[in-house]
Design a protein around this ligand. Structure first.
Ligand code: RB5
Length: 148
């Protein structure tokens, strides 16, 4: 599975930790940042979201201070279903029920151990489909009918 990843300055340490733990052995496209300079999280969120929406990457992971700004920005990109998660149950259910294709984490919210567990759980969990397919389809339809 090809994974797009990106972070702002508040997520850099956690991104680096994940690349050495849960993401070892995965094919990863890293959209930065690579240094401690302050950046605007939407710039990174849009690049990662676009990589997922275009099909270049199957999943995306975004990290800022809370994960919230990244999720808000990524969800503006058509076809992206981004979930900010800080507990394992929500990470699992974001795949099972919501078919989330982008996971957003808070570098100031979760430590490297929990983050690795969140990522591993989220990458391995499948979408359940069935009634959830109908619900996700309604979201997709809304994007088609009312893009704004
Ligand atoms: C800094 O821009 C901070 O707002 C960011 O890291 C993130 O927490 C946004 O949601």
């Amino acid at each position: 599975m090809k994974i797009a990843i990106g972070c702002d300055h508040n997520g850099l340490a956690l991104k680096e930790a994940l690349l050495k733990s849960a993401l070892q052995g995965h094919s990863v496209r890293d959209f930065g940042v690579f240094g401690p300079e302050s950046v605007d999280y939407p710039d990174i969120a849009f690049m990662v979201a676009q990589a997922v929406a275009s099909g270049d990457c199957e999943r995306g992971i975004l990290i800022c201070g809370t994960g919230i700004g990244m999720a808000i920005a990524a969800n503006k990109v058509k076809g992206v279903r981004a979930a900010a998660c800080s507990d394992v149950y929500s990470a699992k259910m974001s795949r099972r029920d919501n078919d989330a294709n982008v996971l957003c984490l808070g570098g100031r919210v979760v430590g490297p151990g929990l983050a690795a567990e969140l990522v591993t759980t989220w990458l391995n969990e499948s979408f359940e489909g069935g009634r959830h397919q109908r619900r996700v389809e309604k979201i997709r339809q809304r994007e088609e009918e009312r893009p704004r």
